[in-house]
Structure formats: structure tokens, C-alpha cells
Design a protein around this ligand. Structure first.
Ligand code: ADP
Ligand code: GLC
Length: 481
């Protein structure tokens, strides 16, 4: 089975969030399940720098006046083959994959990801330099949403399409004038097509034209079919309901392994937890927090956006600081959240440490050194940090939504007794609920014997990719039948 896995970010080549983690780890897991998988990604500068064994494949004319060189290479560590779309003008820039260094979106994003979508469709048919034609084109999020459309447009029926939705809040909706430069047919600018409230919608196109649709947790698969979570696409998703599957993400258990994590000053395991306290001390020292093992340390590693519910945490912090909690916050995003976290850090330097920006080593250190991980998301398609929390013996406090609801078992008398408790689930995303739940976690943390049980329950859980990769293989088989 040949699968072309198309994504706008792939760890460790380029990453802004969980999509990259999934796009790095899932193809590697598929490879071990005997799937012949290749990734397709834009040639951002960091991608060109980090891949190994680059070889020129050929040149494709994508749109009028836009030709791209295609390069084959391998991803370090996993050795998965990646096809890189090289176009200096579109992709080799400072800043992020979607944003200018000043933070605003690149104005030509429709073209940058229109090219990605179109190349995926062109690689689904024979080219003079390309005979590896996929059976399945696995698209991810809005950046690849036009691929199923372009494939229909070209009459490609041999290769089937799967669209995985990692976050329906990001839809890639752009002004109507893009129709022409993206080579779309004006006739399909309608409700039964890629039109969405008078805009060209990449994600809607994907949902409308893909053969199958998946999302990253079973609960989110149901949630997006409701008005509360569907961001306007719930109607179409209801129509496509029988073609939607929810598959919970796994994590890369080599990259995230407390027994062999190169970013940690000491390693530990479920059987030997002692090393975790040493990491906590090292984290407190590194962040200039009072180095005291008796102070509960709460960790946050996140995009700082409305989705993640961190405004609720910000409101709750004075009371938690009063209770003696420490905070290690790492993230970036909305300026007002950054400013509010930084203000606490300035006021309480021994209790609150805030690092703004993207920092891989610190994210591992916080995950391992914190006692409790906080994730009060308003919606969370899957969420990976709570899974890292399980693996690192850092029980998470999560909201009752999406993949959080599917992966964390709330602690109560019964779940303590039957060894299924792995974390703490907030009933509602509001200050009162969050405070009640964090206080419950703190009271159990004070009873270290029970706490260790919860840590161990989490650390024993199989959060790797094997199970989920098998579920994708089943879905691919269904598509081919
Ligand atoms: P999302 O993709 O919605 O941001 P996920 O929980 O699926 O949420 O994945 C987020 C990923 O990005 C995790 O691997 C997390 O550790 C990482 N991450 C988020 N913010 C930062 C940051 N500031 N520095 C380092 N890693 C981060
Ligand atoms: C998105 C979601 C997140 C999910 C990730 C990977 O970024 O917000 O919940 O874990 O994609 O699927």
C-alpha cells in the first residue's frame, strides 16, 4: 500500500504544534506496519537544512508561472522519505511556516498552500520523473484541503483521499479573487463545492471532496458535527457523518521518554521515580523559582490562545499563588495572554516563571519537572501534552473535551481503587471548576502514596503510535475497497 502523507509541518524539520508531531511520528509508525509511505512538505529553509540525502527528482509546472523543483530526501532518525517542494520565492523566508516574523499571516498563504495541495494531486499520477503513484493521498488540515478537489478536477480516481482534521478552527478561508490564480473552476464556487460564506475555503473543499475524513479523537469526531464545535462546518459534516472516523493520536515514545531524554539532568521510570524530583529541583533552579520540593509546581506548555483556555487559568492564578503553588509557563501567541503571564512573573518571581517563545529543551524539562500539567482547553481535537504528561508521571488537569476526554481518566475513590485514575477532569471551562479541580489535585498530591499510584497508572499506559497506526491502516484498506 502506497501512501503519500501531505502536511505543512513535520517534526523535526519544522513545527508550530501538534500537527508536526503527528506528521513526524505517524508515517514512521506506518512504515513499521509495512506501509510504503512518503511525506510531502513545502521546502521551508529549515526543512532544506535539516533533511539528509537530498536528490533532485524533477520539475513540475504547478500553475501558470509557477514551477517547482521536487527533491527527495530522508528525515533524520526515522529515515522516512520526504518529497520537498522547492520554490525559494514561496517558502524560503524568515519567520514561521504561516506567519511573517512580525506575527501576521503571509498574504500569499493561499498560493503557498495551493501549491502544496496541487503538487500532491500531480504526484498522484505518473510524471516523467515519477512512477511511485500512491494508492492513498493522506491530507492534513486546511493547508492540504484543495488536494481532493484538484484530484477530482484532473479526473484522478485510482488514488483515494483521506482528509485528517487536526483543528477545525483553522479553515483557510480566502477572498474570492484567488479562484483564478489557484486554477479553481468558478462553477464550483457554490455550496456544493469549495465556497463557504462567499470565500474560497480550503478546509471545506477537503471535507466536501475527500473520500474519507478522520479527526484526531473519537469525541472530537462527534463534537465537530455540532454547532458548538463545528465552526460553521457542522452541517456539511453531518451530511458526511458516515465517512468520519475518530482516531486518537499516539506520541513518539522515543522522543518523549523519561528513561532516556537527553534534555533532562536525570532520567527516571515508572519503577524508579526518584530522578523526577531531581528534575524538579533543576527546573526550579533554572527558572529562579524557590527550590523547594514541597511547593507544588504546575506546568504549562502551550500556544497561548483562546482555544487553550489559559485566560481561565490567568484568572485563577492569584488564588493558587496564595496557596503556595509555583508555575512554569512556556508558550507564545496572543499578546494579552503573554503580558498577563509576564505580569505575574514580575510580581512573584519566586513563584511564577514565564518563558515566551518556542523552546524544545525547556518543554521537556517542564513536562518532567512539573508535578501537575494544566490544560483547560475550550476545545482540544486531541492534545499531545496530556499524553506527554502521562508518560512523564506529571498527571494532567484537563477539560472534558475532545482527545482530553478520551485520554484522561478522572481521579475519584473508585478510579483510585481500580487503578485507572490518570489525571483530573474539569467539569466546565470556568474559574470555579478549574480551581475546584486543581485543589482536588493538590490535596491528593499532598498524599504522596496515592499520588504515586496515579503517576504510575499514567506511566504504564500505552500511548505509542502502534494502535492508532493500525487504525489508520484499517481506514486505508476501507478506502481501497
Ligand atoms: P496544538 O497542536 O493545538 O498546539 P498539541 O497539544 O497537539 O496542541 O501539541 C502541541 C505541541 O507543541 C506539543 O508537542 C507541545 O509540547 C509543543 N509546544 C507548544 N508550545 C510550545 C513551546 N512554546 N515550546 C516548545 N514546544 C511547544
Ligand atoms: C491540532 C490540535 C491538537 C492536536 C494536534 C495534532 O493542533 O489543536 O489538539 O493534538 O492538532 O493532531
Amino acid at each position: 500500500m502506497r501512501v503519500l502523507f501531505v502536511s505543512s509541518e513535520v517534526f523535526p524539520l519544522i513545527k508550530t504544534g501538534g500537527l508536526a508531531d503527528v506528521s513526524g511520528a505517524l508515517p514512521a509508525a506506518l512504515k513499521t506496519s509495512d506501509v510504503d509511505v512518503k511525506c510531502l512538505i513545502p521546502g521551508y529553509t529549515s526543512v532544506l537544512e535539516k533533511v539528509e540525502n537530498k536528490t533532485h527528482l524533477g520539475t513540475l509546472e504547478v500553475f501558470n508561472n509557477i514551477s517547482c523543483e521536487l527533491i527527495s530526501a530522508t528525515i533524520p532518525n526515522t529515515k522516512v522519505e520526504v518529497i520537498i517542494i522547492k520554490h525559494a520565492g514561496l517558502y524560503e523566508r524568515d519567520g514561521g511556516p504561516y506567519t511573517h516574523p512580525h506575527g501576521h499571516d503571509w498574504s500569499d498563504n493561499p498560493m503557498r498552500f495551493g501549491v502544496l495541495s496541487k503538487v500532491a494531486s500531480l504526484l498522484s499520477i505518473y510524471q516523467s520523473f515519477w512512477s511511485w503513484v500512491p494508492d492513498i493521498v493522506h491530507c492534513n488540515d486546511w493547508q492540504t484541503g484543495l488536494t481532493p478537489y484538484y484530484m477530482r478536477q484532473q479526473g484522478i480516481t485510482d488514488a483515494k483521499t483521506l482528509l485528517s482534521i487536526h483543528n477545525i478552527a483553522f479553515q483557510g478561508n480566502f477572498e474570492q479573487h484567488w479562484i483564478q490564480s489557484l486554477g479553481l473552476s468558478p462553477i464550483d464556487f457554490q455550496i456544493d463545492g469549495f465556497e463557504f460564506y462567499q470565500q474560497v475555503s480550503f478546509l471545506k473543499a477537503g471535507i466536501f471532496y475527500a473520500d474519507q475524513i478522520s479527526t484526531v479523537s473519537p469525541t472530537y469526531a462527534l463534537e465537530i458535527q455540532t454547532e458548538a464545535f463545528g465552526f460553521g462546518l457542522e452541517g456539511l459534516l453531518q451530511i458526511r457523518s458516515k465517512d468520519i472516523t475518530g482516531i486518537l493520536n499516539g506520541i513518539d515514545t522515543d522522543e518523549w521518554n523519561p528513561e532516556a531524554d537527553p534534555y533532562l539532568p536525570s532520567t527516571y521510570s515508572e519503577k524508579k521515580l526518584a530522578g523526577k524530583s531531581q528534575v524538579k529541583t533543576a527546573l526550579q533552579e533554572a527558572l529562579h523559582l524557590t527550590a523547594d520540593s514541597k511547593k507544588p509546581l504546575l506546568g504549562i506548555v502551550s500556544r497561548l490562545t483562546h482555544q487553550k483556555g489559559l485566560d481561565i487559568l490567568i484568572e485563577s492564578m492569584p488564588e493558587l499563588i496564595e496557596l503556595g503553588c509555583q508555575f512554569a509557563v512556556l508558550g507564545g501567541g496572543e499578546k494579552s495572554f503573554e503580558a498577563q503571564f509576564l505580569a505575574y512573573a514580575e510580581q512573584y518571581p519566586n513563584q511564577v516563571a514565564v518563558t515566551i517563545g518556542y523552546n524544545e529543551p525547556l518543554s521537556h524539562l517542564i513536562m518532567a519537572g512539573a508535578d501537575i500539567f494544566i490544560m483547560p482547553s475550550r476545545f482540544e481535537p486531541c492534545g499531545l501534552n496530556q499524553l506527554y504528561g502521562l508518560r512523564y508521571g506529571t498527571p494532567p488537569v484537563v477539560s472534558n473535551t475532545g482527545g482530553l476526554a478520551d485520554s484522561i481518566c478522572h481521579t475519584n475513590d473508585e478510579t483510585i481503587k481500580n487503578n485507572t485514575a490518570t489525571g483530573f477532569v474539569i467539569e466546565n471551562v470556568n474559574k470555579m471548576s478549574l480551581l475546584v479541580t486543581i485543589k482536588q489535585a493538590l490535596s491528593i498530591w499532598n498524599d504522596q502514596k496515592t499520588w504515586k499510584k496515579i503517576q504510575k497508572n499514567g506511566m504504564k499506559k500505552d500511548v505509542g503510535w502502534k494502535h492508532s497506526a493500525n487504525a489508520y491502516v484499517e481506514l486505508y484498506k476501507k478506502l481501497l475497497n
